[in-house]
Design a protein around this ligand. Structure first.
Ligand code: SF4
Length: 121
């Protein structure tokens, strides 16, 4: 019996088109907007502690929460990720992904932007 929860080929194709479109959009937005996108950053909201995005231990609770906020609450995540991929010397969590994982994937935005989570269980 066919699995009703599986996306159809058409649904998969549409999702891929929209992800690619967003990636191109994010790349272009970084070029055009410079750093103005940062005003919408979830990590810049009142009450956030910027230090949580620069953990000493990438597996601690605060850094996992910072990565979760990036993925689940930040409207500019892909622009942020694009920006950090262009600046590979940066340390810390950007776009929800820590420096070690970015380095392991050679700061390849096309690969990293397809991650669905920045933290590991
Ligand atoms: S993706 Fe994360 S680090 Fe980047 S702007 Fe958003 S909250 Fe800040």
């Amino acid at each position: 019996m066919e699995d009703d929860l599986s996306p159809s080929e058409e649904e998969t194709r549409k999702a891929e088109i929209s992800i690619d479109g967003y990636i191109r959009h994010a790349a272009r937005a970084t070029e055009v907007l410079g750093n103005r996108w940062m005003k919408d950053a979830a990590c810049a909201r009142e009450g956030m502690d910027p230090e949580d995005w620069f953990p000493k231990n990438s597996s601690d609770r605060k850094s996992r929460e910072a990565a979760r906020i990036c993925f689940e609450e930040c409207p500019v995540r892909l622009v942020c990720l694009r920006s950090v991929c262009l600046n590979p010397q940066l340390f810390g969590i950007f776009g929800g992904i820590g420096a070690g994982i970015r380095r392991a994937h050679k700061h390849d935005y096309e690969v990293l932007s397809k991650f669905e989570t920045g933290y590991r269980n």
